[in-house]
Structures are given as C-alpha cells and as structure tokens.
Design a protein around this ligand. Structure first.
Ligand SMILES: [Zn+2]
Length: 238
C-alpha cells in the first residue's frame, strides 16, 4: 500500500506535466513555476508535500500554486489504493490503472482549460491497445459506436466538443462494448445531476462544461459497479 501511495503521487505529477505540455521540449527541461518560470529544485517537486510545506505559494515569486496540482496527486493516490480494499466489477486491473493514470490528469486539465490535448488521446489509444492486446476490439460494434458518436457530434456540436468524441472513440476501442455503453450513459447521468445541482445554486446560465471529469467519474464508477449494472441492463430485457 505504501508503494501505491508513492507511485500514485509520482505518476500524478508526471502525467499531469505530460498533459499540460505544449511541445516535446518538456522532456529535456525541468519543471518550472507557471508564473515566474523559476526552475523547481528537488524539494519543490515532492508530490502533495511540497505544496503544503510551501504554504501553497511559489517560493520565489509568492504566486499561488494552482490547486489542480495537489488535487491531481491526492486523487490519484486515493484511486490507486481503493482497489486494495474493494474489488473491481470489471476485473481488468491493468486497464483500471491505465485509465486512472491518464484520465485523471486529463480531467483536471479539461476542467482548467476546456482543452483535451490531442497527444493525450493518442497516448491513451496506443498504450490502451497495447496493454489490452486488442482484446476489446470488436470491429462491428466499435465501428457502429464510432458512427453513432459522430452522429451525436453533428447533431449536438454546440454542447459536445470534438475532443470528447475522440476520447469516446478511444474508449470504445480499449474497453468491452458493454462497458463503453454503460460509461457513455453514466457520463450523461452524472453530468446531468451535476448541472441540475449547479442550476439550483446559480441563477445564471452555465457556460461551457468540461466533459472529461464526468467521463472519468462515470468510468471509475463503472469499474466498481460493472457487475451490478450488467445485471440491471440484462434484467431489463428478460
Ligand atoms: Zn514562481
């Protein structure tokens, strides 16, 4: 468990950096402060702890550090250790850890900027197909799903971005088709509830909403409740 905590923190800060990179040069250079570009020393790079020891500020320019950095690290650590206590409904631990590792930073980044970086979708596609050994590729179902996704995009292009469509496309290829269908509908159930709650508290119309956080929440719920959802789904047809 201790190993999972360390690993979760390190993966979170590394993948978050990969998510926010604009070009490959990031591999050669050290992490820096978003504001003053001061290069961070090793003691400023410890996940979670640095953030609190530095009193949530950059040591050099005193600019507040974005909360999404420690949030990403804490959430990733939690999601890394949860499977040690609760077993997954879809018993594919490799896929679970891959999805948590890639989608959590993407969610926070989407939340902050409303952007889903292309290179992350590509990375997800390649590592996903590689790690699942193409096991979940079901050509007819997947092509069908991709066509429907594009139809959804053309009908509702105001409320869904093409980045989301690309992410869903990758998901249908790296997960079982049932899993994908449940995740898709759960995304809109979770998202819908969130919008309803938000509307109750705010009078104004809600501006654009990042979808990746809801996709990720839906997928993680789906991982744990897969068997139950499966029963409900088939129960409805019998
Ligand atoms: Zn700074």
């Amino acid at each position: 468990m201790f190993v999972m905590i360390i690993l979760g923190g390190i993966c979170a800060s590394f993948v978050y950096a990969v998510t926010s990179m604009e070009n490959v040069s990031f591999i050669y250079r050290r992490s820096e402060c978003d504001n003053c570009k001061h290069k961070l020393g090793w003691h400023e790079l410890i996940p979670v702890l640095s953030y609190f020891f530095q009193k949530r500020k950059c040591l050099w320019c005193k600019q507040k550090i974005d909360i999404s950095y420690p949030a990403c690290e804490i959430l990733m650590i939690v999601l890394y250790i949860v499977p040690l206590f609760f077993s997954l409904g879809l018993k594919d631990y490799t896929l679970y850890y891959l999805i948590v590792t890639l989608l959590l930073p993407m969610s926070l980044y989407d939340f902050r900027t409303l952007i889903i970086p292309n290179h992350m979708n590509l990375l997800f596609l390649i590592t996903g197909l590689f790690l699942t050994n193409l096991y979940y590729v079901e050509p007819l179902w997947d092509i069908g799903a991709i066509l429907i996704l594009h139809l959804v995009y053309f009908l509702f292009s105001e409320s869904i971005g093409y980045g989301d469509i690309k992410l869903f496309t990758v998901l249908t290829l790296v997960t079982p088709i049932n899993f994908f269908i449940y995740a898709f509908f759960l995304t809109y159930i979770v998202g819908g509830l969130f919008v309803i709650i938000l509307t109750l508290y705010r009078e104004k119309m809600i501006p654009k909403i990042p979808l990746v956080p809801f996709i990720s929440t839906a997928i993680i719920l789906n991982f744990f409740l897969y068997e139950e959802i499966d029963q409900i789904y088939y129960g409805g047809f019998l």
